[in-house]
Write a protein that binds this ligand. Structure first.
Ligand code: SF4
Ligand code: SF4
Length: 410
C-alpha cells in the first residue's frame, strides 16, 4: 500500500500565526546555492567555475529561462548537482559569502522609469529575466510583449492556509505593489485593473487600493475558499493577466532600481515554528539555515512542507530558496502522521470539493488502465494541482500525487 503524509491540520484561512510578527529580513546566507533553471533537465550553462570571485548581482549563468544573477558577493566553492524540492535533480553552483555588497543596504536613487516607453521597459524585463507568477499555485512566466492584455487582475488572495505573504506585502510593501501595477499599465495599457481580494480582513487590501487612486479600478470580493487564488479560477481569458503581490513588488524593484530577482518573500509558519514570520530571503539560502534562524532544529521530528498544506511537498532533504518559494511549513509530529492508503469508500468528498468539476477518483482509477489514458487527457489537463481532493479524502488516496506524476510524464 502507498504510504503518504496525512495532514490533520486545523485550517485557519487567514492571518494565522504570522500576523503579529510581521515581515523581516532573513540573515544573509553564508553560502548561496543557485540553480540554472526552475526545472530539471532543461539545459543552460554556468558562466563561472569553481574558484571564481563574483560580485553581488553579477550574471553567473545562462539558464533555460534566462540569465541567472548572484544574490551575494563571494567565491564559487562548488558546481555540483542537488535534489530540488520536488525530488528532481539539478545542477547548482555554491557561492561562499565574501567581500562587500554593492547594492544591499545601500541607498540608491530610483530610475525615471515613468519616462520610458513600453519597448524600453520590456527590454529591461528581458535582460533581467523577469519572471512573474499569477499565484503561489502556478509556475512562473515571462511577461509577453506581444500579448494583448485588456484586463490586469491583481491577485491578493491567499493561495493556501498559512501563506500570508499577500497580507504582509499589502501592509509593508504597498507602495511597491502600486508601482508594479503602474508599470503594467505602461506595458499593456489595459482597459481594466481589477483587485481580487478576500472579504475579510478588509484593511490589508484597502491600504493598497486607497493608494491606487479613485475610479480607475474594480474590486472583486472573494470568500475564504481554496484555491480561489488560482489564475484559472479568476479568469480564463487570454486577454487577462493575473499577477500576484510578490511579482508586483519585484517588478517595481526592477524598474526603479534595476534589481534582479535575487530575493524572495517566504512565509515560515506552522506550529513547529516558535515565531512564525514572513521573511525577505536571499535566493540560494538553504532551507535548513532559514529554519535555524526561526529556531527550528534540524534534528527535530517535525515535518517540513515546501509550499502549502494542500499541494506542498514534504522535504526529505535540504534544499534552497528559489524565486518561486513562497512558504515553508513546519508541523509537529502530532499534526502529521504516515497513513496507510485504504480502498475508496465512494464517499464523493473529492468530487464535491474539486473546484473545476473533475471526478478525481474516476480520473485516478482511469489512469490505472493503460488504454484509457487518451480519453482522460483533457480531464487531466484541467486539473489545477491544488491538492484539495487528496486533502479531503478519508482513505488517504494520493490523488494529487498521481495526477502530478502523470502530467510530468506526458
Ligand atoms: S482533481 Fe484534485 S488537484 Fe485537480 S483540480 Fe480537482 S481538486 Fe484540485
Ligand atoms: S474522497 Fe477518497 S474515499 Fe471518497 S470518493 Fe474520493 S477517493 Fe474515494
Amino acid at each position: 500500500m502507498t504510504r503518504h503524509m496525512e495532514s490533520r491540520l486545523k485550517i485557519d484561512p487567514f492571518l494565522e500565526l504570522t500576523q503579529r510578527h510581521g515581515l523581516v529580513n532573513a540573515a544573509l546566507p553564508q553560502v548561496a546555492v543557485l540553480t540554472l533553471g526552475l526545472n530539471v533537465g532543461t539545459g543552460g550553462e554556468w558562466l563561472i567555475k569553481t574558484g571564481d570571485w563574483v560580485e553581488e548581482e553579477q550574471i553567473i549563468g545562462q539558464g533555460p529561462q534566462g540569465r541567472v544573477f548572484s544574490p551575494i558577493p563571494g567565491r564559487v566553492v562548488k558546481v555540483t548537482s542537488m535534489v530540488l524540492p520536488d525530488g528532481t535533480e539539478s545542477t547548482v553552483a555554491a557561492i561562499a559569502l565574501e567581500g562587500a555588497f554593492k547594492r544591499t543596504g545601500k541607498s540608491v536613487n530610483p530610475q525615471p522609469w515613468e519616462e520610458w516607453n513600453s519597448t524600453r521597459l520590456f527590454e529591461m524585463l528581458e535582460y533581467y529575466n523577469f519572471l512573474a507568477t499569477s499565484s503561489a499555485l502556478e509556475p512562473p512566466f515571462h511577461l509577453d510583449p506581444r500579448a494583448r492584455i485588456k484586463k490586469v487582475i491583481v491577485n491578493l488572495l491567499q493561495p493556501e492556509p498559512y501563506q500570508t505573504n499577500w497580507y504582509h506585502l499589502c501592509l509593508y510593501e504597498d507602495q511597491n505593489i502600486v508601482t508594479g501595477i503602474k508599470i503594467l499599465k505602461k506595458l499593456y495599457s489595459p482597459e481594466v485593473i481589477e483587485f481580487a481580494v478576500h472579504k475579510r480582513p478588509k484593511d490589508y487590501a484597502a491600504r493598497v487600493i486607497s493608494k491606487f487612486g479613485s475610479g480607475t479600478y474594480t474590486v472583486t470580493w472573494h470568500d475564504a475558499e481554496y484555491p480561489a487564488a488560482h489564475s484559472k479560477l479568476l479568469s480564463n481569458s487570454e486577454t487577462s493577466l493575473v499577477i500576484d503581490a510578490d511579482s508586483l513588488v519585484a517588478l517595481s524593484l526592477l524598474a526603479r532600481y534595476s534589481r534582479p530577482q535575487v530575493e524572495s518573500f517566504v512565509t515560515v509558519s506552522g506550529s513547529g515554528v516558535a515565531q512564525p514570520k514572513v521573511y525577505r530571503v536571499k535566493v540560494g539560502t538553504l532551507v535548513s539555515n532559514l529554519l535555524e534562524e526561526c529556531g527550528v532544529s534540524s534534528s527535530g521530528e517535525h515535518s517540513v512542507i515546501w509550499g502549502g498544506p494542500f499541494s506542498g511537498y514534504r522535504l526529505q532533504t535540504d534544499t534552497m530558496i528559489t524565486i518561486t518559494t513562497r512558504s515553508i511549513l513546519v508541523l509537529n509530529p502530532h499534526e502529521t502522521r504516515i497513513a496507510e492508503q485504504q480502498p475508496c469508500i465512494r464517499c464523493s468528498a473529492c468530487v464535491d470539493s474539486c473546484p473545476v468539476g473533475i471526478n478525481p477518483i474516476r480520473l485516478f482509477e482511469g489512469l490505472e488502465v493503460k488504454d484509457g489514458f487518451q480519453e482522460l487527457r483533457p480531464e487531466l489537463q484541467r486539473c489545477l494541482e491544488c491538492g484539495i481532493c487528496s486533502s479531503v479524502c478519508p482513505s488517504r488516496i494520493p490523488l494529487l500525487q498521481r495526477f502530478r506524476q502523470e502530467r510530468r510524464n506526458q
